[in-house]
Design a protein around this ligand. Structure first.
Ligand code: ATP
Length: 228
C-alpha cells in the first residue's frame, strides 16, 4: 500500500485544446475515504474527473493511483477503478441483466449471477432487468449504469453526479450504500450538486473554481451549495 493517498493529484491542469477550464487541482485521497467535488455548472468538475481517470489528457501536473501514473489502457488500472461518468454506454442489444452479467464476468467475479441478482434488487431494477436499455426510463438507465459499477470489484469508484435523475428514495439509498462501502474500505471520488448526498458520503470536498481549487470540509461545502 502506498504511503501517501491511494489517489494523489498534484497541480493537475485540465481542459480542452490546451485551454484550462479551471485552476489547477492538488488533492490527496486516502484509501477508505470519499472526496466530493463541487462547483457551479461549467466549473470543470466532469473535466477534472475524466482527466483523473485518464479519459482526457492532462494539460499539466500528475495523477497517481497507488504510486503509479494513471493509464486507463493498463489492465491493472481498469481492474482497480470503476467509473460512472455517463449512462449511455450500454450494449444496445443486451438486456440490463445481461449487461451486468457481462460486466461482472469480465472482471472475474466468481459468483457473478448472485452478485448481479443482488445489485438488481438493490437498485430496484427487478421488474425491468430483462428489458433492453432503450426500453428503460432515463432514471432506470441511470440505476443500471450505477449497478454496473457495483457488480465488479473496485478499489476506487469515480462518479459524476450519481444522484442525477434518481428519485429521492434511491438517492438516499445510494448515499447510504456508498457511505457503508467507504466505511469498509472503498475509496470514492464523486461530483455532486446535492447537499444531502454530499453530507452523507464525503469526508472532504474539492471546490472547483477558476481562481483556485480548494479542499474544504463537507460542512463548508454544504453551506456553499446552499448559498450558490
Ligand atoms: N468536449 C469539450 N470541448 C470543449 N469544451 C468543453 C468540452 N466539454 C466541456 N467543455 C467546457 O468545459 C467547461 C467545463 O465543463 P464541465 O463539463 O467539466 O463542467 P461541470 O463542472 O462538470 O458542469 P456541470 O455541473 O454542468 O456538469 C465548460 O465551460 C464546458 O462548456
Amino acid at each position: 500500500m502506498a504511503k501517501n493517498g491511494l489517489l494523489e493529484v498534484h497541480d493537475l491542469s485540465v481542459g480542452y485544446g490546451g485551454e484550462p477550464v479551471c485552476a489547477p487541482v492538488t488533492v490527496s485521497v486516502q484509501a477508505g475515504t470519499a472526496l466530493g467535488v463541487i462547483g457551479p455548472n461549467g466549473a470543470g468538475k466532469s473535466t477534472v474527473l475524466q482527466t483523473v481517470v485518464g479519459l482526457l489528457p492532462a494539460l499539466g501536473g500528475t495523477v497517481q493511483l497507488e504510486g503509479r501514473d494513471v493509464d486507463e489502457r493498463e489492465a491493472g488500472f481498469r481492474r482497480a477503478v470503476a467509473t460512472v461518468l455517463d449512462d449511455d454506454a450500454f450494449f444496445p442489444s443486451l438486456t440490463g441483466a445481461e449487461h451486468l452479467l457481462l460486466t461482472a464476468r469480465g472482471h472475474g467475479v466468481a459468483d457473478a449471477e448472485q452478485v448481479v441478482a443482488e445489485e438488481i434488487e438493490e437498485f430496484g431494477l427487478a421488474e425491468r432487468a430483462h428489458a433492453l436499455p432503450s426500453a428503460l426510463s432515463s432514471g432506470q438507465r441511470r440505476r443500471l449504469a450505477l449497478a454496473a459499477a457495483f457488480v465488479r470489484p473496485a478499489r476506487l469508484l469515480v462518479l459524476d453526479e450519481p444522484e442525477r435523475r434518481l428519485d429521492a428514495q434511491m438517492r438516499r439509498r445510494l448515499a447510504a450504500r456508498l457511505a457503508a462501502d467507504v466505511a469498509e474500505g472503498l475509496t470514492v471520488v464523486f461530483a455532486s450538486h446535492d447537499p444531502e448526498f454530499l453530507a452523507t458520503v464525503a469526508r472532504r470536498v474539492l471546490v472547483v473554481d477558476d481562481d483556485q481549487c480548494t479542499v474544504v470540509s463537507p460542512k463548508a461545502a454544504v453551506a456553499a451549495l446552499h448559498e450558490g
